[in-house]
Design a protein around this ligand. Structure first.
Ligand code: BTN
Length: 269
């Protein structure tokens, strides 16, 4: 695994990475010291900020996770950022923005020697460490005169430092023995996210992303338990649709799930 020796420089980090925006759709990286939630901030700004931008913070006091959960992270240790996007694709591809970011993160991690997979729908996990979660993604669609999408990512860089800290299923780059500063990771993620968004824009973008998601899935091929808002499904996770739905065969029929929590019951071999 590669490592870099940068210690974080509080004064110049953004200047250092702003050049990574060249050739991407993002015009600016804004950094704020503390906020409630970078996703909530961008949702509020969506109607007035015409550009696609990146908002990064050192600390969130009300970080939002999927399904109404809280995303916790101590100040200054992990990457907490959100992207404000103007879709350049058909509306039915909007849910795939989460997948594009997830695949961008997996691709970035592979460039630093970390093998990661996507646990449906949007967790980035480390298969060699019992599928512990290194990153989570939350996307929100903002309706208005111009439709916008806000997609946020929490990425564990320096916290937790051991399995005694943080959520039980969490892991960080530091726990994997990699020392990276937040700005280097952010630059790598932006670059790889942009590549995936360009794929999404292609006519067969949904098919391309589906293929890549299946190839990098920690879920497909496993016996799973899926907890949805009003149901529990136990069965074989056999496929993903181009809309990003999980297809589970419960022994009788194929069921398509669009949201839920997955527990892997038996791993694929
Ligand atoms: C999840 O795994 O449940 C999704 C977590 C998403 C957390 C990120 S941190 C930056 C952005 N702002 C938020 O309030 N949430 C996302």
């Amino acid at each position: 695994m590669k490592s870099n020796s940068h210690t974080e420089n509080k004064n110049i980090p953004l200047k250092k990475i702003e050049k990574c925006l060249k050739g991407t759709r993002f015009n600016e990286i804004k950094r704020i010291e503390e906020t409630g939630s970078t996703n909530a901030d961008l949702v509020l700004r969506a109607s007035e900020a015409p550009d696609d931008i990146v908002l990064v913070t050192d600390h969130q006091t009300d970080g939002k996770g999927r399904l109404g959960r809280v995303w916790e992270s101590p100040k200054g240790l992990n990457l907490l950022c959100s992207f404000l996007l103007t879709p350049k694709w058909a509306k039915d591809k909007n849910p795939l923005v989460t997948s594009a970011l997830a695949l961008g993160v997996v691709d970035y991690l592979s460039t630093i020697g970390v093998s990661a997979l996507v646990k449906w729908p949007n967790d980035i996990v480390i298969p060699e460490r019992d599928n512990k979660k290194i990153s989570g993604i939350l996307a929100e669609q903002v309706e208005g005169e111009v439709e916008r999408i806000v997609v946020g990512i929490g990425f564990n860089i320096s916290w937790p430092t051991s399995s005694q800290e943080g959520p039980l299923d969490a892991i960080s780059l530091k726990m994997l023995g990699a020392t990276f500063d937040r700005w280097t990771v952010l630059a790598g993620i932006i670059e790889n996210f942009e590549k995936q968004l360009k794929l999404l824009e292609e006519l067969n973008g949904a098919a391309l992303l589906r293929r890549s998601l299946i190839a990098h899935s920690a879920t497909i091929g496993n016996q799973v338990r899926v907890e949805t808002a009003n149901n529990i499904i136990v069965g074989f996770a056999k496929d993903l649709t181009e809309e990003g739905f999980l297809v589970v065969n419960d022994g009788n029929q194929d069921l398509q799930v669009n949201a839920g929590d997955v527990v892997n019951l038996r791993k694929k071999i």
